[in-house]
Design a protein around this ligand. Structure first.
Ligand SMILES: Cc1cc2nc3c(=O)[nH]c(=O)nc-3n(C[C@H](O)[C@H](O)[C@H](O)COP(=O)(O)OP(=O)(O)OC[C@H]3O[C@@H](n4cnc5c(N)ncnc54)[C@H](O)[C@@H]3O)c2cc1C
Ligand code: FES
Ligand code: FES
Length: 462
């Protein structure tokens, strides 16, 4: 039995937990305002809000309902476009879209409105740029983006009046969202404990994190399967440091990393890095462990954490073992992991003062695209000499690669143009790119060489 609140209604259902929320909303609740576009997380037509209690407060995030299993809704508030309507008038978000001519066929409009509603429920800055970032996962095929951007700007202007008022109290008082939002937290308090307790830890046919890879690749197989959810497990959450070590629960999402003071202090340009990865709703769902286990040769966080020499704590439910991420990949999608094992935690050493870290990604489109080639470097330095280098690269082999030979080549050497040129020659001996839709093997080799140079230039070491 899965329990959650959909708009104002309490739901308790025995439907398969692997069914996606989009199908539940449209076909079982007959709420057809949420649209089906790509079913792959790319278009945003199916955007909903997912609210849960975090640190005693309601916290809402936009998610793509086409990739979200209803099992991941247990104990939460799910909001569809019908849940933000007023009976007899448009809310200010809808009004702004209408006034600015930001809708034509209207197919994408519910998704845009939901993403902007999510922005209104967040405590981020009220300015047009941030409002536009909130709709980075929504595609419109007919209106053109300028009217939509202007509507987003209008919404941001309304939020300027908030001035420290609690978010839900403000949005309901200003009639941006209906008053029932104020009663949701109390209803969830009891339900949440019950909802989490009823998850069966023995089910393990499929282990699902945020579902953003699994539902794109194996939708039909998962829908009716026995699923074990790791997304919300309290022990698998959280980011903490112990001395120099940083621990991540395996269900930590990209958005959790973005919001973490520990991560932002250790990686000052992390906000820029995160913007290159998927879109707001996908970042709200995508876990780091899911990125590692999906084993895509271009997984962005896999490349990021390979350079940091991240360690995985794997558990089979009875025993745990530690495995360097660098040893996880044995061949294309072939892992050093037993089927019954899951990642419980990930840890890595936070970069020290004498060290430099940098990540680069090149894709055909700057945003919402997977990498042609990506790369990260972690350098420990003594003056201008390298004590230790860790270089990783994606898109240049069958697995996400730690470039062992190239990394070792840097040890004890002073950085200059000639050294980088020689390192690039070493790099060429350990990669095996193939030509595909993302570029020819020659292009990818050249590109990785350029990215290696960029690492040093960006960190002002060259
Ligand atoms: C529109 C879109 C854009 C995307 N853009 C990017 C991008 O720019 N860069 C990028 O790198 N990726 C991108 N992705 C891919 C995806 O979002 C990431 O790989 C994400 O990190 C996967 O995490 P998840 O929790 O959703 O994984 P899931 O789909 O839940 O799971 C993926 C795999 O990991 C396993 N798994 C999950 N959690 C655990 C665990 N704790 N222990 C063991 N196994 C586990 C699952 O069984 C499954 O095999 C994109 C996806 C979409 C749909
Ligand atoms: S239908 Fe396109 S993102 Fe869900
Ligand atoms: S209004 Fe038609 S797709 Fe956006």
């Amino acid at each position: 039995m899965i329990q959650f609140i959909l708009n104002e209604k309490t739901i308790a259902t025995n439907l398969p937990p692997g069914m996606v929320m989009l199908d539940f909303i449209r076909y079982h609740q007959h709420l057809t305002g949420t649209k089906i576009g790509c079913r792959e997380g790319d278009c945003g037509a199916c955007t909903i809000l997912v609210g849960e209690i975090a640190n005693g407060e309601m916290h809402y995030q936009s998610m793509t309902s086409c990739l979200m299993p209803i099992g991941n809704a247990a104990g939460k508030h799910i909001v569809s476009i019908e849940g933000i309507n007023f009976a007899d008038e448009l809310n200010p978000i809808q009004q702004a879209m209408a006034d600015e001519g930001a809708t034509q066929c209207g197919f994408c409009t519910p998704g845009f409105v939901m993403s902007l509603a999510g922005y209104c429920l967040s405590s981020t800055e009220p300015n047009q740029q941030i409002a536009i970032e909130a709709i980075d996962g929504n595609i419109c095929r007919c209106t053109g983006y300028k009217p939509i951007e202007r509507a987003a700007g209008k919404v941001a202007t309304i939020l300027k009046e908030r001035e420290g008022e609690e978010v839900t109290a403000f949005v309901t008082r200003k009639k941006i969202l209906p008053g029932y939002f104020n009663s949701i937290k109390d209803k969830l308090v009891l339900m949440r404990e019950e909802a989490i307790r009823t998850q069966d830890p023995e089910l393990r046919t499929f282990l699902v994190g945020g579902g953003t890879d699994l539902y794109v690749q194996q939708h039909a197989a998962i829908t009716n399967a026995d699923i074990r959810f790791v997304f919300d497990h309290p022990e698998l959450n959280g980011i903490r440091n112990e001395g120099k070590k940083c621990f991540l629960g395996s269900s930590v999402t990209v958005s959790d990393l973005k919001a973490s003071p520990i991560i932002n202090e250790a990686f000052p340009d992390f906000q820029e890095v995160a913007k290159l990865i998927s879109s707001t709703p996908i970042r709200n769902m995508a876990t780091i462990a899911g990125n590692f286990i999906n084993a895509s040769p271009i997984g962005d966080f896999t490349i990021f954490f390979l350079a940091l020499d991240a360690q995985l704590i794997l558990s089979d439910g009875n025993t745990t073992r530690e495995l360097p991420l660098r040893k996880l990949y044995k061949g294309y999608k072939l892992l050093d992991k037993k089927p019954e094992e899951h990642i419980e935690q990930i840890w890595f050493e936070l970069p020290e003062k004498n060290s430099y870290f940098h990540f680069e990604k090149v894709s055909k489109r700057t945003h919402l695209d997977i990498a042609s080639v990506n790369s990260a470097i972690h350098l420990k330095m003594n003056g201008d000499s390298v004590i230790e280098a860790s270089l990783s690269a994606g898109g240049v082999g069958p697995v996400p690669m730690f470039l062992q030979k190239t990394s070792a080549f840097f040890t004890g050497k002073k950085i200059n143009d000639q050294l980088i040129g020689e390192a690039i020659e070493v790099m060429k001996t350990e990669i095996s790119p193939i030509s595909d839709a993302r570029g020819s093997k020659e292009y990818k080799t050249l590109l990785l060489g350029q990215l290696i140079k960029v690492h040093f230039i960006e960190r002002r070491l060259l």
